[in-house]
Design a protein around this ligand. Structure first.
Ligand SMILES: [Zn+2]
Length: 239
């Protein structure tokens, strides 16, 4: 979609103010919680427009309101800072394939990176894993960055209708109905990875069965409580 065909809210419009702040805070949270290093990005869908708000080429821990970009799903620039992240197809292709997804987080979390190269993958050994299938997060099997629509579509195909996928020797892509949900799941995915890693010292986890996973309360679309907690922990960095 060319910029001239875009009918959604302009990058500088007051309509996007709240979402921009949410994306920046989401990035700062991932940094504060020790999930991201110098890489990774967060996006949010701009409702009913084929457009994407995401972080430009900046570390999540340095995210700021003037370091965001508005992109069409085909990668066309619609406003904000430049350049867009090289791996913008992660966000665009998943959102195109998944109308239920309003936010995507991509990180190189060490826990996701670790389990992305282990044969057994990352299976839920704790109730936080209720957003994962009992067999674990699917793993996108191809090495290399997701810098093309072809790779983005293949990643979306690996994710299917799931909430998270690992990327081989790379990291993860986690989705949510909201930014809050995508962030919570990303933090919880790292928790699950660390837990499984620690459990290996004790002979390995006795993983949850499908029935056991189902007994835990649902995975909320707009988890207000942990979001408030994460924001509080940002202190003065919060925007
Ligand atoms: Zn990456």
């Amino acid at each position: 979609m060319a910029a001239s065909d875009y009918k959604g809210p302009a990058f500088d419009s007051s309509e996007l103010k709240e979402l921009k702040a949410k994306v920046v805070n989401a990035c700062l949270i991932l940094d504060r919680e020790g999930i991201t290093d110098g890489f990774g990005h967060v996006s949010v869908r701009i409702p009913e427009q084929s457009a994407l708000l995401t972080i430009a080429q900046v570390s999540p821990g340095c995210a700021a309101l003037d370091k965001l970009v508005l992109l069409a799903f085909d990668g066309n620039y619609l406003g904000g800072a430049q350049p867009a992240p090289y791996e913008w197809p992660i966000h665009a292709c998943i959102m195109k394939a998944r109308p239920d997804v309003n936010s995507v987080c991509h990180t190189h979390s060490k826990w996701s990176a670790l389990f992305s190269v282990l044969k057994k993958g990352l299976r839920p050994a704790h109730m936080y894993g209720r957003f994962l299938p009992v067999g674990g997060a699917p793993i996108y099997p191809n090495a290399g960055l997701i810098t093309s629509v072809e790779r983005g579509n293949a990643l979306a195909e690996t994710l299917k209708d799931g909430a998270a996928t690992l990327l081989r020797a790379h990291g993860d892509a986690v989705v949510g109905a909201s930014v809050e949900q995508a962030i919570l799941r990303t933090v919880q995915l790292a928790f699950l990875g660390e837990l499984a890693h620690l459990a290996a010292v004790h002979g390995g986890p006795d993983y949850l069965t499908e029935g056991e996973l189902a007994t835990f309360a649902g995975d909320r679309s707009f988890p207000a409580r942990p979001w408030e907690y994460f924001l509080t922990r940002l202190g003065a960095r919060r925007v």
